[in-house]
Design a protein around this ligand. Structure first.
Ligand code: 1GP
Length: 246
């Protein structure tokens, strides 16, 4: 199955895509298995796996375990070129376009590309944009880049348009994992208005109502991590799905 097409089809069918992020640094596999097995029935559309740091060496094993129990696509959301696993269906091939650090614009990609090919994983070229929250995100610190000011939607829109012209396939507006403030709805609207690429929004979403507002503003794919980590409550997951889908 082509995962990019699956995402596009799901946007058409359900209005928006609901992705749950599993961070191997934060989530022990124990306790997770039940969620992964039920994820399709809970109306989750895809599982993202990735970490901005990766402090343990069980990444590949974790992806294998998730994949073996999952009926929905498993997509890598890598914080470094080390986070490539043969067990995943696809990988967000991220360029940190909000920053000007060459390694994250086109450097780590060169290191990762041969193993993505070798492992037959579908790469999905994604323009990744960090958006200012009220605290410094791990990605901002590690990448040594500045996020887009949250009161400057026009700057975000111009970045997204340039990414579309360059030929990227997705845009990711990221407030940072566990961010105290989510990506502003006004910024989502501005990007959506000018750029026709599917728009992923994540970081700091803690309620289904917030997710619903992001979709109403123009988000096509919603990523929820922290709010569900170690708290795999069926009711809450179903509520998120209901808020995100039409
Ligand atoms: C982080 O966008 C994701 O990269 C998800 O963030 O963990 O805050 O939901 P949260």
């Amino acid at each position: 199955m082509n995962i990019f097409n699956y995402l596009i089809d799901t946007i058409k069918k359900r209005g928006a895509v609901f992705c749950v992020l599993i961070d191997p640094d934060k989530t022990p596999y124990q306790g997770l298995e039940g969620f992964v097995k039920k994820s399709k029935d809970l109306n989750v559309d895809a599982i993202f796996v990735g970490s901005s740091l990766l402090l343990n060496d069980s990444f590949d094993k974790m992806v294998q375990q998730i994949k073996s129990h999952s009926e929905i696509p498993v997509i890598l959301f890598p914080g470094s070129p080390k986070q490539v696993s043969q067990y995943a269906d696809a990988i967000l091939f991220l360029s940190l376009i909000s920053g000007r650090n060459p390694n994250f614009l086109f450097g780590d990609h060169v290191i990762a590309a041969p193993s993505i090919r070798e492992n037959k994983i579908e790469p999905i070229a994604t323009g990744y944009m960090l958006v200012e929250s009220s605290s410094v995100s791990t990605t901002e610190f590690i990448s040594n880049t500045r996020p887009i000011p949250r009161n400057k939607p026009d700057i975000a829109a111009a970045h997204a348009l340039a990414a579309e012209y360059i030929g990227l396939k997705l845009i990711y507006l990221e407030a940072g994992s566990g961010a105290p403030q989510t990506v502003p709805d006004e910024m989502i609207r501005a990007v959506n208005q000018i750029c026709s690429l599917p728009l992923i929004v994540g970081g700091g979403i803690t309620t289904p109502d917030q997710a619903r507002a992001k979709v109403a503003a123009g988000a096509d794919i919603i990523v929820v991590g922290n709010s569900l980590e170690n708290n795999w409550k069926d009711n809450l997951i179903l509520e998120y799905a209901k808020a995100i889908h039409n």
